[in-house]
Ligand binder design. Structure first.
Ligand code: XLS
Ligand code: NI
Ligand code: NI
Length: 457
């Protein structure tokens, strides 16, 4: 397949039309909760009522929404076949600091008007790289000062920060798993700075997404050595985090493939096994992105359920893919059944804090209007608010939980309880079957659960 990737930026050069000091989103005010609004009004919340109390906490406290800076303020809509379509009036497409500052100001106006309390970014989203590490870090410092000021002015906080360890050509064969130790050093130096700025901005977490940590071919790859390097890299991160007193939660975001053919952080269970193998499981949790879970061949909420089950669910990149496509389309989550199943887990584990629901989503390249940025986020927030209301009802009535409990009740006493305590032996099992005979099959009743769920969503 040949690529029609844009080499020229000429198509969007004329879109810059921002008058200094003006609003970035004129005509759009703070988004209101209007439960009685008609279906045609998509610039208000119909279900998300931030201060409404559900199960002892406000909706805002349960859901902890965050906007991601990379898709929403750095995404251009370019794809391998087409030029950018999302040409924002404040963005002159240059790598200047002036442009970076305008973008950041536009971002904070957006967060404030939307009514989210958190944002997330990669270091390279907010500041252009310089010719060397020193100037790169200086650029970052200048942008972080502005971000700190805007955070103070708006009350918007940093859910998590992350380092982009995958876009630069030098990371093509991996960052911490690169066969070249100098590239490992470059990544480590970048993360050192990343942790420092995260601390300065009061980040509640710090994410590692290993987009290039994997392989395209096993023929040129020493898998075990690369994994050892990645484990060592994270040990350094823990040491430095403790040294500088950064208290944010460290998180790993699993993804099985794309951009690499295989990525080491394949899915929740793989990452948990990795963390345990390298004795890092007390220092890290998982940031689960359902679109990645789908890519791993699992159902939407699978990794959320698994991570939570092991006490390792730290945060969620709330998005979705297209079930009919095999890649990470990062769409806005608009499916109420999916959001219900996710929020049910959040409620059952007592919340996500210090994590949250970060919209790692991008509007489609065809959705070119500025208001689409709002409509997409509002729609997704309403989807999760509906999920919260439905999950609350499911837990309140307890019909599904009771049925599941009943399904496992043979483990509550007698032989089952002995098995669960780890006090039983194979000989005892044999004796039990000898005296009781073969057990009768018990119905799993999947359809009963499915139709019960449908009564809530
Ligand atoms: C890419 C990942 C990425 C991480 C942050 O697929 O989802 O956006 O969330 O690096
Ligand atoms: Ni993500
Ligand atoms: Ni993703």
């Amino acid at each position: 397949m040949s690529s029609f990737a844009p080499a020229s930026k000429s198509s969007e050069a004329s879109s810059f039309a921002y008058e200094s000091g003006k609003e970035f989103f004129p005509g759009i005010g703070e988004i209101q909760y209007k439960p009685d609004s008609p279906a045609s009004d998509v610039l208000c919340f119909k279900y998300y009522n931030p201060q409404e109390v559900v199960r002892g906490r406000t909706m805002e406290e349960w859901l902890r929404f965050s906007v991601c800076f990379w898709h929403t303020f750095r995404g251009t809509g370019a794809d391998p076949f087409g030029y950018p379509t999302l040409c924002r009036p404040w963005d002159d497409q240059s790598d200047s600091m002036e442009n970076a500052k305008r973008r950041l100001r536009a971002g904070f106006e957006f967060f404030k008007k939307l009514g989210v309390k958190y944002w997330c970014f990669h270091d390279r989203d907010i500041a252009p790289m310089g010719a060397d590490l020193k100037t790169t870090n200086q650029n970052l410092d200048e942008m972080v000062d502005l971000a700190l000021q805007l955070q103070k002015e708006t009350g918007v906080k940093l859910l998590w920060a992350t380092c982009n360890l995958f876009a630069h050509p030098v990371y093509a064969c991996g960052a911490s798993t690169n066969p070249d130790a100098a590239v490992f050093a470059m990544a480590a130096a970048q993360v050192k700075k990343g942790l420092e700025i995260a601390k300065k901005l009061g980040a509640e977490g710090f994410v590692f997404w290993g987009g290039r940590e994997g392989y395209q071919s096993l023929l040129n790859t020493d898998v075990k050595r690369e994994l050892n390097h990645m484990g060592g890299f994270f040990k350094m991160v823990v040491q430095y985090k403790n040294k500088i007193g950064f208290n944010g939660q460290l998180l790993i975001e699993p993804k099985p493939k794309e951009p690499m053919k295989h990525q080491y952080d394949y899915d929740a269970q793989t990452v948990i096994a990795f963390l345990k193998t390298y004795n890092l499981d007390k220092d890290f949790k998982l940031n689960i992105e359902p679109n990645h879970t789908s890519l791993a061949g699992h159902g939407y909420e699978h990794d959320i359920v698994v991570a939570s089950g092991y006490g390792m669910l730290g945060s969620i990149d709330a998005n979705t893919g297209s079930p009919d496509l095999g890649w990470d389309t990062d769409q806005f989550p608009m499916d109420v059944k999916n959001s219900t199943l996710v929020v049910k887990v959040i409620l059952e584990q007592g919340g996500l804090a210090p994590g949250g629901l970060n919209f790692d989503c991008k509007v489609r390249r065809e959705s070119t209007a500025l208001e689409d940025m709002f409509i997409s986020h509002i729609g997704a927030m309403d989807t999760f608010a509906r999920g919260l209301r439905a999950a609350d009802k499911i837990l309140d009535e307890g019909v599904m939980a009771d049925a599941v409990k009943e399904r496992y009740s043979s483990y509550d006493s007698g032989l089952g309880a002995k098995i669960e305590k780890g006090e039983a032996s194979l000989e005892e099992m044999e004796e039990f079957i000898m005296s009781n005979g073969f057990p009768q099959p018990v119905s799993g009743q999947q359809e009963k659960y499915e139709s019960t769920l449908n009564r809530y969503v």
